[in-house]
Design a protein around this ligand. Structure first.
Ligand code: GLU
Length: 370
């Protein structure tokens, strides 16, 4: 297999097979493919829509006359049924699923971003399949645009969050066409899009998928975000058996968007662009060696001093004993906490601080050498 960590986005129209309720046959076909990937050692995060469709169907016959439930209420009912279905279907393969509900706010806020990232990383490390959806019950359009609104963008954010190397958007059409295939039978499938430009955007406006909230333009936008951050993207027909396996094998069914930048480079750029000007840390020779030679995380034990102030989630400079810049990374602890635990073994963190955000001062995944 060509990829190591895959984010698979399943749209409503796929999960309902075009009906007005969840379609367990369609779902189990997808589950079987995810299980195959897991068996091959590939980590998979599922981004699942379908909560609102499931809720609508479930509530339909029980609503008091004239009562129209809110979008949030409908999604809450459906989300639990959605998770129950995933749970049962994955259980046949002895795979544990974990529900992760996010909002735009969680991802925009540094702390939330880091917490979600840590949780997802733990879940993957334990061999579970995280199933992500937007937290529709609390994500409101009105509150500081806290709602993402469709799962194509959510999937692109999640792919970034977990540093996936492939984002597979599974929908109910083959991919992107140069015109609307429903009205123009001569429309051609675009098998590869190297660059999302105005021409492609205009073409995508016409080609809609059915039943979900994201049309082809939201998929295009999401594909672009992911590709720009160094993640390959495939948009393909999830009804075709084996389509996820094909995508993960790099077979390029549907429309393929090659990553436009190197993932490491884009992360480096992101980290450096956000570097804190108000504080930094100094580490000992052992830590420099662990970072530079052994490719390890930075532990509090190697931190000799904490200068200035920074918050958990800030990108900070890591300097060697001579004061030269050696790395930069996202601090797992704020400056006050790190000053308390510097030089200590990580198993002491919880007893000194009364809490722990993990044993690293800066996790390897959030660190670049300079
Ligand atoms: N969060 C929505 C749901 O589960 C899906 C949004 C989408 O279809 O993109 O119903």
């Amino acid at each position: 297999m060509r990829y190591r960590r895959v984010v698979a986005k399943f749209g409503t129209s796929l999960l309902t097979a075009g009906s007005d309720r969840l379609d367990l046959v369609a779902m189990s076909q997808l589950v079987g493919q995810v299980a195959r990937l897991r068996a091959d050692g590939i980590e998979v995060v599922v981004v699942s829509s379908g909560a609102r469709a499931a809720g609508r169907h479930r509530l339909a016959r029980r609503l008091p006359e004239g009562f129209t439930p809110s979008r949030q209420a409908v999604a809450s009912v459906g989300q639990s049924q959605l998770m129950q279905s995933w749970d049962e279907l994955f259980d046949w393969h002895d795979i544990i699923v974990a529900q992760v509900l996010l909002t735009r706010r969680d991802l925009a806020d540094r702390q939330g971003y880091l917490n979600a990232r840590n949780a997802l990383r733990d879940l993957l490390e334990m061999g579970t399949v995280p199933v992500v959806n937007e937290n529709d019950a609390v994500a409101m359009d009105q509150v500081l645009a806290s709602r993402i609104g469709e799962n194509d963008s959510l999937a692109a954010f999640v792919a970034n969050l977990v540093e996936a190397d492939l984002l597979a958007i599974l929908t109910d059409v083959e991919g992107f066409y140069d015109d609307d295939p429903r009205t123009n039978p001569a429309a051609n499938l675009m098998s590869r899009i190297e660059r999302v430009d105005v021409v492609v955007e205009n073409a995508a406006k016409g080609t809609g998928s059915f039943g979900g909230s994201g049309g082809m333009s939201t998929k295009l936008k999401a594909a672009n975000i992911a590709a720009q951050s160094g993640i390959d993207v495939v948009v393909t027909n999830g009804h075709r058996p084996g389509s996820l396996l094909d995508a993960a094998a790099g077979k390029e069914p549907g429309t393929f968007f090659p990553a436009v930048s190197d993932r490491l480079e884009s992360r480096k750029r992101w980290l450096l662009a956000n570097i804190s000007r108000t504080g930094h840390i100094v580490v000992d020779e052992g830590a420099v060696d662990a970072l530079r030679v052994r490719g390890r995380s930075l532990l509090p034990a190697g931190v000799t001093s904490v200068a200035g102030s920074f918050a958990r989630g800030d990108t900070i400079e890591v300097r060697d004993p001579a004061g030269s810049l050696t790395a930069a990374g996202t601090a797992n602890y704020d400056s006050a906490a790190l000053a308390q635990i510097r030089g200590l073994r990580s198993d002491r963190i919880a007893s000194v601080l009364g809490y722990a955000y993990g044993e690293e001062a800066i996790h390897r995944d959030n660190l670049v050498l300079l």
